[in-house]
Design a protein around this ligand. Structure first.
Ligand code: CTP
Length: 396
């Protein structure tokens, strides 16, 4: 969604300014045109050359630079921005935005723009907790600005507390969510599941699978980025909790079943991307199982609830099928037996698709029997294509 979008990145004078280079780089890698604006204080921490290098675009440092293409029309940045992201944002810049000041290129651009604004604060924890700053944050939120972070942890002062610039992924998630607020899934309620469930054997051991959760998270984020209200029911993964998504962590298939049953009560769409264990240990041991010197250990397994099979309602139902043979035939059979609207099948024998990878090659089959084979795409792109199909189906 950031491709060919113009993002004005405002960098202000915090020690976290060096992290803004990573944000700028990731934005540029997503295909955005990134125009960095730096305050004088920001330039004390990091040089314009860094941002020019990672974005391949000019960096604006001076409102009155006669050489700059942006100085001719001092509000031209405000007009051309699809979004403005201030990261890191100091207490000072937030106070200026609240007051409507326009004596530096960032505050001027925000004052003059109609584009969405995202602010990622970074400062000393006492400055963040100060009633003045908190009041400013409230007022910026009331103006429709998105505030992402700050995070908690080690601060430049050597102390621990709230004030760290939020992680790049979260900052970019907040930006995409804010830019997509008026997207084509506006107001639609999605429940998405992700990750591989963990079925306990004893207090320290589980039966699980190789699902990374990446496909489900990509669907949840892509839906959010198009304006949907998303609940993500997730089995344990190594992925960061996405911004702006109601995330419900679960461990087992049974817990996922309960969470999904509750979440779908007022949902429009259920997408089951989770790799749910088909079997659980019939009686997990309450104490750690000790190894015996010889012999075998036998675990008795029983079926888990079939979440997709059991959840009924007026919402659209999308399933996944991970197959190692007979891809379309097996997936079509699952679509039918679970009475789904769509099934997304992937061939898990391919190295570049399926579990753990960032890319996926899937076949989408719908209830009318049409079979669409997609090329190799990133999981986010696959998510977009699934959502296109869901959107078209919901209009039928
Ligand atoms: N699913 C579910 N509840 C389960 C197991 C799977 O809701 N207990 C969902 C998965 O999230 C996925 C779809 O059902 O969307 C997969 O269907 P399933 O028939 O369980 O696929 P496999 O587990 O791959 O089946 P098999 O092992 O028979 O190939």
């Amino acid at each position: 969604m950031l491709k060919d979008k113009t993002v004005v990145l405002g960098v202000t004078g915090s020690i976290a300014a060096y992290k803004a280079a990573d944000i700028a780089s990731k934005l540029a890698q997503s295909g955005a045109k990134v125009l960095t604006v730096m305050t004088g204080s920001a330039r004390e921490f990091v040089t314009p050359l860094t941002f020019r290098s990672v974005t391949g675009q000019p960096v604006i440092t001076d409102m009155f630079d006669s050489q700059s293409q942006f100085s001719v029309q001092h509000v031209s940045l405000a007009d051309m921005a699809d979004a403005i992201l201030i990261a890191p944002a100091t207490a000072q810049i937030m106070a200026k935005l609240v007051a409507g000041l326009a004596d530096d290129m960032i505050s001027l651009t925000v004052l003059a723009t109609k584009a969405p604004v995202v602010i990622a604060p970074a400062m000393d924890h006492n400055m963040w907790e100060s009633p003045v700053t908190q009041n400013n944050v409230t007022r910026l939120r009331a103006r429709g600005f998105t505030i992402v972070g700050p995070g908690k942890g080690h601060l430049a002062s050597g102390k621990e507390g709230w004030g760290r610039l939020e992680d790049t992924e979260k900052v970019l998630g907040a930006l995409r969510m804010t830019m997509g607020r008026k997207g084509d899934l506006l107001g639609r309620r999605f429940v998405v599941t992700a990750g591989g469930t963990q079925e306990p054997i004893d207090p320290v051991r589980v039966i699980t699978n190789r699902s990374s959760g990446k496909m489900g998270y990509a669907i949840a984020e892509a839906a959010r980025d198009r304006g949907a209200e998303v609940t993500l029911v997730t089995a344990p993964t190594a992925l960061a909790q996405p911004v702006g998504i109601n995330t419900i962590p679960v461990n087992t298939a049974r817990e996922m079943n309960q969470a999904v049953a509750k979440a779908v009560l007022n949902a429009d769409v259920l997408i089951m991307a989770a790799a749910v264990a088909d079997y659980q240990v019939a009686s997990p041991s309450l104490s750690k199982i000790k190894k015996e010197a010889t012999g075998r250990l036998t675990l008795e397994l029983e079926r888990t609830p079939d979440i997709l099979g059991e959840t009924k309602g007026s919402f659209l139902r999308v399933g996944f099928a991970a197959e190692s043979e007979g891809l379309v035939r097996n997936a079509a059979q699952k679509l039918k037996s679970k009475a789904l609207d769509l099934i997304v099948a992937n061939d898990i024998t391919q190295a570049d698709s399926g579990f753990g990878t960032d890319t996926n090659r899937v076949v989408i089959i719908d209830r009318a029997g049409s079979v669409e084979a997609l090329p190799l795409l990133t999981k986010y792109e696959v998510a977009e294509r699934i959502l296109d199909r869901v959107n078209a189906l919901s209009k039928v």
